[in-house]
Design a protein around this ligand. Structure first.
Ligand code: NDP
Length: 297
């Protein structure tokens, strides 16, 4: 039995961060300032705090300025919108990221809509979603952008391939489908109402699983030789010692016997997300400074 390849997202992400760091040096020489990324954190959710800290560290590590704006969970929507308006006006800041989820009393859509699309490095603003859908230059959500980079690195030309995306969120599934379509794949989006999902997944040369259900995609669903991108991050407690572990949306051990290549969880898509965030910030900085997009990004 042949075993498929494990795609090393960690190594690819490290290479991408190195390319970004070189681009930051070149940008600073041309523009006379470093690119700046502002991260807004509302409340003290432990997982969000960990993400924000590691984003800050990696931002500094590639030579960019990192700005953190922590606000109490009790902040009112108007005050949060005022902060976004200030950051929109601040010339030192090229990218604005509002860490989600926000507290229930704040309307996420209004906050995202308030971000200047030119600084929307998460790519969640409807202007960027619309640009992506209509084939225009856009800031693209980081996770699906990371997935398409891994796919192109693994497969080269994706044109004509049959792709199935499981999941239709605005953050992952929909932009992923748009990116695959832009690469001339034949794209199907499956979701919770899809009938006979196993046979739909079995058609695919490329499977992207972004569901949030531990190991839902079974090995036997995968067409022999398909490439699988597992976006899921699910914490499960199923070992005798009661310790939890992280698994993806794909039953990886089973799938390995069928796939050409697959991303592991952890160490696949996860590390790409922050690396692409830094890439998007550098791209936004160039656009704001009227400079051409750097080579290789
Ligand atoms: P959402 O919960 O927003 O979307 C999940 C999607 O999966 C929905 O479209 C839903 O369908 C679909 N779905 C749910 N159950 C089923 C089912 N039984 N069969 C088929 N489809 C189903 O999640 P996200 O898109 O935000 O995230 C997906 C996963 O990716 C999560 O595990 C998340 O933690 C992970 N993630 C990882 C990131 C990374 O950096 N690696 C970044 C972002 C997310 P419907 O629309 O019909 O309800």
């Amino acid at each position: 039995m042949t075993i498929g390849k494990i795609i090393d997202g960690k190594a690819y992400a490290a290479g991408l961060r190195d390319t970004v760091a070189e681009g930051v040096t070149a940008f600073a020489a041309q523009a006379g300032r470093k690119p700046g990324l502002a991260v807004v954190l509302v409340g003290e959710d432990p997982a969000s705090s960990v993400y924000v800290r590691s984003k800050g560290k990696m931002t500094v590590a590639v030579g960019m300025e990192s700005y953190e704006f922590k606000r109490p969970v009790s902040i009112g929507q108007d005050d949060l919108l005022d902060l976004i308006a200030e950051l929109n006006q601040d010339d030192r800041i090229d990218g604005i990221l509002v860490q989600l989820p926000l507290p229930d009393h704040i309307d996420e859509a209004s906050v995202i809509a308030a971000i200047d699309p030119a600084k929307d490095v998460d790519g969640f603003h409807v202007v960027n979603a619309g640009r992506l859908a209509t084939g225009q230059e856009a800031l693209v959500p980081c996770t699906p952008m990371g997935c398409i980079m891994l796919l192109k690195d693994e497969l080269g030309d994706l044109s004509g391939l049959e792709a199935v995306v499981v999941g239709r969120s605005n953050i992952v599934g929909k932009p992923m489908a748009q990116l695959l379509l832009a690469e001339s794949c034949t794209v199907t989006i499956a979701h919770s109402r899809t009938r006979d999902i196993a046979s739909i997944v079995h058609r695919a040369d490329i499977v992207v699983a972004a569901v949030g259900r531990a190991e839902m995609v079974k090995g036997e669903w995968i067409k022999p030789g398909a490439t699988v991108i597992d976006v899921g991050i699910n914490r499960v407690t199923d070992t005798e010692d009661g310790k939890s572990r992280i698994v993806g949306d794909v039953a990886t051990a089973e799938a390995l016997a069928h796939v050409r290549a697959i991303t592991p969880v952890p160490g696949g898509v996860g590390p790409m997300t922050i690396a692409v965030l830094l890439r998007n910030t550098l791209v936004a900085a160039h656009a704001r400074a009227g400079l051409a997009k750097p080579e290789g990004l």
